[in-house]
Design a protein around this ligand. Structure first.
Ligand SMILES: [Ca+2]
Ligand SMILES: [Ca+2]
Ligand SMILES: [Ca+2]
Length: 191
């Protein structure tokens, strides 16, 4: 009888371990990394938002700002992008437009556009470009200021207190007859 009781005890213990193991495995596979803690880690962000516009909601995006640094190693939530474009000499009134997504929890947007003076010429001639950020409805929320360094012109802007929305970064030819190529970048910083 003693041997039989011991056997029952061992079998019972084995079953208990198997059940507990099953519960643990279930909870482990049912809980995505960071689930339930997103709002505590990022109280200002929208769990259902999509900062980097990659189609993966913030809450389940392992790299929500798409800078190549996983969330748990990333201490700055900033979506950054670069671009390039060209406006022809006859492009007065035409525009280069880049969509800019702004999610909940934004601190500010900064950006710049750089272009070089056109050579050869009796003297370097700079294209008459301007840059701005505007809403989809056409309201300008930031206008770039320009700084000339040698033959390079940099247009820089910053926009504070933006509502989460879809915006447009616009590079336009504001007059004159000189066109040219430009490069640029922008960054949307989040709390
Ligand atoms: Ca995303
Ligand atoms: Ca990241
Ligand atoms: Ca980052």
């Amino acid at each position: 009888m003693v041997q039989s009781d011991t056997l029952v005890g061992i079998v019972g213990a084995v079953i208990l371990v198997a059940v507990m193991g099953g519960v643990f495995a279930y909870e482990y596979t049912q809980a995505p990394p960071g689930a339930g803690t997103f709002s505590s880690l990022y109280p200002s962000l929208d769990p259902m938002g999509d900062i980097d516009s990659d189609g993966i909601e913030n809450e389940v995006d392992d790299d929500l700002d798409n800078d190549g640094i996983a969330n748990d190693m990333d201490n700055e939530t900033t979506f950054a992008a670069s671009f390039s474009g060209s406006l022809s000499p006859a492009a007065e009134g035409s525009e280069f437009i880049l969509p800019v997504h702004v999610d909940q929890g934004i601190l500010h947007v900064v950006g710049n556009v750089t272009y070089a003076a056109v050579f050869p010429a009796p003297a370097p001639v700079v294209p008459a470009f301007s840059a701005s950020l505007r809403t989809a409805e056409g309201e300008t929320v930031a206008t770039a200021t320009s700084q000339v360094t040698g033959s390079t012109v940099m247009l820089s802007f910053e926009a504070m207190d933006l509502a989460p929305d879809e915006y447009e970064l616009v590079v336009s030819h504001s007059g004159g007859d000189i066109g040219g190529d430009f490069t640029g970048n922008y960054a949307v910083h989040y709390e």
